[in-house]
Design a protein around this ligand. Sequence first.
Ligand code: NAG
Ligand code: NAG
Ligand code: NAG
Ligand code: NAG
Ligand code: NAG
Ligand code: NAG
Ligand code: NAG
Length: 736
Amino acid sequence: MELFQLVPLILLSFYLLSNNVPQASAQRSTYIVHMDKSFMPKAFSSHHYWYSSMLQSVKSVAQTSLEPKLVYTYDNAFHGFTAVMSKNELQALKRSPGFLSAYADDVVTPDTTHSYKFLSLNTATGLWPASQYGKDVIIGVIDSGIWPESPSFKDDGMTEIPARWKGICQSGEEFNSSLCNKKLIGARYFNEGVRAAIPGVTITMNSARDESGHGTHVASTAVGNYVDGVSFFGYESDALAGIDQAVADGVDILSISLSYRRRDLYENPIAIAGFGAREKGILVSVSAGNRGPSFATLLEGIPWAFVVASGTVDRWFSGTLTLGNSKTITGWTMFPARAVVRNLNLVYNETLSACNSTELLAEAPDQSIIVCNLTDKNTSLFFLWSDLSRSNARVAIIISEDTSILRSTSFPYPGVVITPSEARDVVNYASNSDTPIASITFQETILGLEPRAAPALSGSSSRGPARSYPGILKPDIMAPGVLILAAYNPYTSTARIDNNIFLSSDYTLLSGTSMACPHISGIAALLKAAHPDWSPAAIQSAMMTTANPRDNTGKPIKDTEFNYRVATPLGIGSGQVDPNRALDPGLVYDANVQDYVNLVCSMNFTPEQTRTIIRSSYNCSNPSSDLNYPSFIALYEVQENRTTLTRKFKRTVTNVGNGAATYKVKVDKPKGSTITISPETLVFRKKNEKQSYSLTIRYRSNNEFVINDGSITWIEENGQHTVRSPIVVTPGVSDD
Ligand SMILES: *[C@@H]1O[C@H](CO)[C@@H](O)[C@H](O)[C@H]1NC(C)=O
Ligand SMILES: *[C@@H]1O[C@H](CO)[C@@H](O)[C@H](O)[C@H]1NC(C)=O
Ligand SMILES: *[C@@H]1O[C@H](CO)[C@@H](O)[C@H](O)[C@H]1NC(C)=O
Ligand SMILES: *[C@@H]1O[C@H](CO)[C@@H](O)[C@H](O)[C@H]1NC(C)=O
Ligand SMILES: *[C@@H]1O[C@H](CO)[C@@H](O)[C@H](O)[C@H]1NC(C)=O
Ligand SMILES: *[C@@H]1O[C@H](CO)[C@@H](O)[C@H](O)[C@H]1NC(C)=O
Ligand SMILES: *[C@@H]1O[C@H](CO)[C@@H](O)[C@H](O)[C@H]1NC(C)=O
């Protein structure tokens, strides 16, 4: 059974570049230019001619051989173009009527590289009762490519493609246009930005096919290394072209998992294009980024995008250890490859088993499975991995009862964790056999029993407040993003490490917020289908106010960093998404495009910067930073002896329940603060009625740098609905 009737993709392809790439021309660069289209003279039949003609007119007379070159024009998510030109030409262009802003094109990297597997994650959300509603909703995924043969894209039982779909299935290298179907309804690739930036670039896969899973590549990184920033990359202008096209093609939801370094919203192409998409009723979900766990590591927290943090899942994986005497023990492991280790020497040496000495570990017998006894030891696996990877041993059996040893979210070394009582059999066998051997099979089954409460916030997930604009709490929500495993091996051949370790190519070491983001996009698509009249803000609100701040043990969600302390809304936003509850939230905090315009207008930007984002269809007659948002953040300046803060918010909620309802407020106040809500009861006589309330935070503290959080919850009287918003009182971000 599939979650969505249609899950098509718009793809931005990233390319593996050859090592000796010629340097881009020193004088000429690629610029993304934002234009005010209301200035377009009537004589031009299209924006394309206008931009071409403008570029011709700024051509430097001195340089007749090199002309400014138009790379892309954009007309859907925003207005403007990308062009290669000189600084002089850019200066001349700035004097053209309608010019708003320009900045140099820059590299983007995917937050992970295994995008083709993302959609299979949707089958794990357990939202079957609602699956019929996914019909006809189109999700655009802007990412590194796709493996179209994946069973995730089988279209069995799919209905016809919606007539409004205007996209194509672009053929290219190893990508036949017949590969698209009723589920994968489109695919495109964009590489003009890469080509413009690096003339003569070698593009190894000139199509929408995702190349990031090659067996050789996998084998070389499989053991001991953490795959980070694989050299697949594209340019902002390519991502923009993908978004602009997706908007034109008719997507309902845009899922963007890219990292870039733009901090200012008016120079952030995803923020600008995202605004245009939202204006057209498209919900844009983006990954928070993987720069955590420190404070304010969320650089590009776009206020009008749904920003997704990444959490652990409650599924852990088993590894079956089989001793030479046929005794089997099921341990847990998060080693992310489907690997088999066959008949390696099993070594139990009491001195060695402390596994706390790099020197001793380096001398461990070659090609062996060693036993590490971490019982009652406060050793983090994170450090053990690096020691083991330098050792001759190939596999580790780790004895521990305490799963908090897993402070790192990665498990890059083939290892299996067993309990001290299970270890007795292993030690007995190893000590009493002449040639003890063992085999381990990883990832055979999914353990229903989680060794640790889940979800927990991933350490690498970027934390708020957002540097781009700290006044709206970001990230918004958390979704599973740690060690998500796909059930499909795109290659038939398997790789081998040494003689006895066999790896399948389905190697999904990476975890990240870009794994989390498509969960949110998928759930948003369901909500959109169930409630076609809901705005993107309403869909977002429904997911946020019903999100769960508690884990599966009923305790507050923890942070996998900082020794599993309780996570704050700066890490998890409103909490873990709860798809079933989001279908029926009771109340929503709605916002329209004008509300977002008013927010942008309050940001102290220059008129050009403002218009780059909001374009000329709107004006700044009513600036307001108090967006009708389903969360609250109050920023204070750290004072020497005493910090005081008073912040007042106004909110309006819309009753999307079935009829009359009365809600009473419950406040869980952040430490050191008082919260005043007025009124404390909201009475709705009918569906779609709106009611407003004010919330005032008064905060007082002697401390320097503390983050305090709480929440307000509107609880329906004699009803099921609870509508929760987190409140966080936090130091602001310094301008460094
Ligand atoms: C695409 O695949 C179909 C079916 O396998 C085949 O008939 C067709 O010739 C292919 N087209 C191209 C351009 O390779
Ligand atoms: C255990 O390992 C240590 C360090 O490598 C070594 O000196 C010692 O001989 C080993 N003991 C046995 C019984 O193999
Ligand atoms: C390693 O652990 C053993 C046994 O717990 C202990 O005696 C030894 O001091 C430790 N060595 C280091 C370097 O921590
Ligand atoms: C592991 O270490 C614990 C605590 O140091 C000890 O009690 C236990 O006997 C050891 N187990 C094995 C199998 O070495
Ligand atoms: C374990 O180590 C962590 C990090 O080094 C430390 O914060 C914690 O207090 C230790 N716990 C125990 C029980 O020693
Ligand atoms: C600004 O926009 C508002 C709402 O669209 C409109 O009523 C008003 O006339 C506009 N003001 C100017 C100066 O364009
Ligand atoms: C802070 O308190 C200290 C000790 O009471 C005092 O000396 C200092 O002047 C105070 N600073 C400010 C800015 O009030």
